[in-house]
Ligand binder design. Structure first.
Ligand code: NAD
Length: 373
């Protein structure tokens, strides 16, 4: 099988979908690897390293010509895929809702588009889960960038010139990114608290040495829906949560927001009035910036200052850790392909559970239920 690895074209994208390590492993499975020249440069991987790993390095057209599988971090535009035959796979983070026209184009070209962000959250697919691997790094980077923007130190320091008190850091949304944000802020010495709509996270917060901030005794409190994801909450809950958060937030120095609801705009967690209640010099990092933001006034890739509070959000946080983000993304793709590699077929053959979850297009049509009707 011919596997193509393209250089990412999206602005601000620094990652690459295969590393020399995964190239070697894919070749060991029996695949032929073709990597576009320069694909790994922004992740500090020179062409030479891919060649040494056994890949053929060349220009895009030669790399994709006749490819059976095209790998990407984000989906390549169809224009880049001329020479790819119908039935070939495009395996990437395809942003199916945001890039619907591109998905339709894949369908028309007869390609089989596999959206890695739709990987089910089941135990055997954990090692293939790009959302987890990238959110984990994003949660770390959010705290590092917030700490860098903050005009004070995180840890308590007792010095001859006097004592500096520890920063108070509040993490809103305790999924994969939030857990890593808590751990990172703790490592830097902050006093950390956290909240989520899923009550199961309370124990996780405690186990990381942080303080849970939770709404109690309100209807509709069990914010856990299908697949362990958050659901939208009742009005009563939202009001109670708003009040609790308001009183807490006014005393925080750093707030990291990570709340997402699949297939919906990010929930609004922090209003302008709440920002105004914070101390000047405080910093908010809004990890939901690409999905519309959890914070009123977030502008992706800008530092917005409101009431003396700095609000940061990036359109692509994992891209700010290109080498590690690529290493983990590439392993997710390798783990996926190798788990389904069928020696007799000479390539990957999906089962129904995972195939149906991630397959967007097949046989000239859009086939995914979340994209139909
Ligand atoms: P996510 O990125 O979809 O959301 C981030 C967090 O925001 C979630 O914890 C969510 O509950 C929370 N949130 C949503 N609305 C909120 C609100 N109004 N206020 C406060 N918090 C709010 O979440 P994720 O990181 O993808 O994790 C989702 C779930 O999937 C978790 O239960 C996680 O443990 C689970 N998971 C399972 C696997 C696996 O088994 N393969 C892998 C990764 C994650």
């Amino acid at each position: 099988r011919k596997i193509a690895v393209l250089r990412e074209r999206a602005s601000g994208e620094t990652r690459v979908s295969a590393t020399p390590e995964t190239v070697k492993k894919l070749i060991a499975l029996g695949a032929a690897l073709h990597v576009e020249s320069g694909a790994g440069l922004s992740a500090s991987i020179p062409d030479e390293a891919y060649r040494e790993a056994g890949a053929e390095v060349g220009e895009a057209a030669a790399v994709v010509a006749g490819a059976d599988i095209v790998l990407g971090v984000q989906g390549p535009d169809l224009a880049l895929l001329s020479g790819v035959e119908p039935g070939a796979w495009v395996v990437a983070g395809l942003d199916p809702f945001g890039q619907r026209a591109r998905v339709d184009a894949y369908a028309q070209a007869g390609l089989e588009a596999l959206a890695m962000e739709f990987m089910p959250r089941i135990t055997r697919a954990q090692s293939m889960d790009i959302l987890s691997s990238q959110s984990n790094l994003a949660g770390y980077k959010a705290v590092i960038l917030a700490a860098d923007t903050y005009g004070r130190a995180f840890p308590m320091m007792m010095t001859a010139a006097g004592t500096i008190s520890a920063a108070k850091c509040f993490v809103m949304g305790v999924g994969v990114a939030g857990l890593q944000a808590i751990a990172t802020a703790r490592r830097l010495g902050a006093q950390v608290s956290a909240t989520d709509v899923r009550s199961a996270t309370k124990e996780q917060i405690l186990s990381l040495g942080a303080k849970p901030i939770f709404v109690e005794n309100v209807a509709g409190i069990e914010g856990e829906g299908a697949g362990g994801y958050a659901t939208e909450m009742s009005e009563e809950y939202q009001k109670a949560q708003g009040e609790l958060v308001s009183s807490h937030i006014a005393r925080q120095d750093i707030v990291i927001t990570t709340a997402l609801i699949p297939g919906r705009p990010a929930p609004r967690l922090i209003s302008d009035a709440q920002i105004a209640s914070m101390k000047p010099g405080s910093v908010i990092f809004d990890l939901a910036a690409p999905q519309g933001g959890n914070v009123e006034g977030t502008v992706a890739d800008e530092v917005v200052e409101k009431h003396g509070v700095k609000i940061i959000g990036l359109s692509n946080t994992p891209a700010h850790l290109p080498a590690d983000a690529s290493a983990l993304f590439a392993r997710n793709l390798f783990n996926f392909l190798s788990a389904f590699w069928d020696k007799e077929a000479g390539g990957p053959v999906l089962d129904a559970e995972i195939g149906d979850a991630i397959r967007l297009t097949q046989g000239g049509k859009v086939v995914h239920e979340r994209l139909l009707g």
